[in-house]
Design a protein around this ligand. Structure first.
Ligand code: PMV
Length: 349
């Protein structure tokens, strides 16, 4: 008996230009383009196994061993049915193919890091889901084509289909057909940039990105300024900085954009606070570190949670880790030690 099964893993990505706001909530079309770095090591990944079998009674999904319901018309169901649709059109072209599009699928996904703690678990999760179904169905789709489907699971997931430096172009088509991820530069273009993940708290976040974004779109005037006046120029400037490997410029834009995203959260009614005192202390520390160096040696950025991600050239990482551990001695700050080049104690190997 043939077993139809595939396992694929996908990494987390951390945005330098933040996506915040939807112009279409069903298709997940953003109010601005965004740009991220995909973390490329073994930590911070989702691994997903999909299996199609005619004996299954319905589609099912387990997340970290717990069954999740697949709501009709919901995001999981949309991604699964879009992938089945692509498989069905392949089967139409080649009648020798087994009719996997008609079989129910069982999907098991697990994260090797805390789920929903502002560590972009939905990004790696939906990217791995779509990639594992693409592998199961042997689809000839490009990462950009798959990003169109992953986007409908979780917006930021579309960027995790590529490694390296990735843009999500917001597009303008009402059907979302041009709102997709594209590679800005592969990881090898600038391997010197490392990411330090400082887990300030691994609690589940208070305001989900979905409800937070909706409230921001409805109430924030600062968001309107951001999407019209600020992000387009920042997208071009950071792309140029990446292509020229200009770390101070890359870092400056990254920090400014994180600050503006959290300002927009605060400008929401009622306001949303994702940062806590430790997050703000890390901002102060990195600011002081750069000021005393007389140049920008590190950049902080925060998603919808209190955890800091610090981007820095490899040569600065040891110094930054020592600084962080000096001021936060209780910390077990690094969820991604391999990517960072440090072990759990913060020591370089
Ligand atoms: O894809 P979502 O709905 O989890 O939204 C992610 C939003 C941020 O992480 C805050 C920013 C981003 O661009 O990843």
């Amino acid at each position: 008996m043939t077993v139809y099964q595939a396992t694929v893993s996908a990494p987390v990505n951390i945005a330098c230009i933040k996506y915040w706001g939807k112009r279409d909530t069903k298709l997940i079309l953003p109010t601005n383009s965004s740009l991220s770095v995909t973390l490329d090591q073994d930590h911070l990944r989702s691994t997903t196994t999909s299996r199609a079998d005619p004996s299954f009674d319905k589609d099912k999904l387990w997340l970290n061993g717990k069954e999740e319901s697949i709501q009709p018309g919901g995001r999981l169901s949309t991604c699964i049915s879009e992938m089945k649709r692509l498989r069905a059109s392949l089967e139409l072209q080649n009648s020798d193919l087994p009719k996997l599009s008609t079989f129910p699928v069982h999907i098991a996904s697990s994260n090797n890091f805390p789920t929903a703690a502002g560590l972009a678990s939905s990004a790696s999760g939906f990217a791995a889901l779509v990639a594992s179904l693409a592998s199961l169905y042997e689809l000839p789709a490009t990462p950009s084509e798959l990003s169109l489907i992953a986007r409908q699971g979780s917006g930021s997931a579309c960027r995790s289909l590529f490694g390296g430096f990735v843009a999500w172009e917001m597009g303008s088509a009402p059907d979302g057909s041009d709102s997709l991820a594209v590679e800005v530069a592969p990881r090898e273009h600038w391997p010197d940039i490392h990411a330090l993940i400082c887990v300030v708290s691994d609690d589940k976040k208070g305001t989900s990105s979905t409800s937070g974004m909706q409230r921001t779109v409805e109430t924030s005037t600062l968001l309107q300024h951001r999407i019209a006046q600020v992000v387009p120029a920042r997208m071009s400037a950071i792309t140029k900085a990446i292509l020229q490997r200009d770390f101070p410029e890359f870092a400056r834009i990254t920090m400014q954009d994180s600050n503006q995203f959290h300002s927009v959260a605060l400008d929401t009614d009622p306001p949303i606070f994702y940062l806590n005192d430790v997050s703000r202390a890390i901002i102060a520390l990195i600011t002081e570190y750069n000021r005393t160096a007389g140049t920008i040696k590190a950049a902080y950025t925060y998603d919808a949670g209190p955890n800091a991600v610090i981007y820095a050239p490899k040569e600065n990482i040891k110094e930054i880790v020592e600084l962080l551990l000096h001021y936060f001695p209780q910390a077990e700050p690094f969820a991604d030690p391999f990517a960072l080049g440090v072990d759990k104690q913060g020591k370089l190997p």
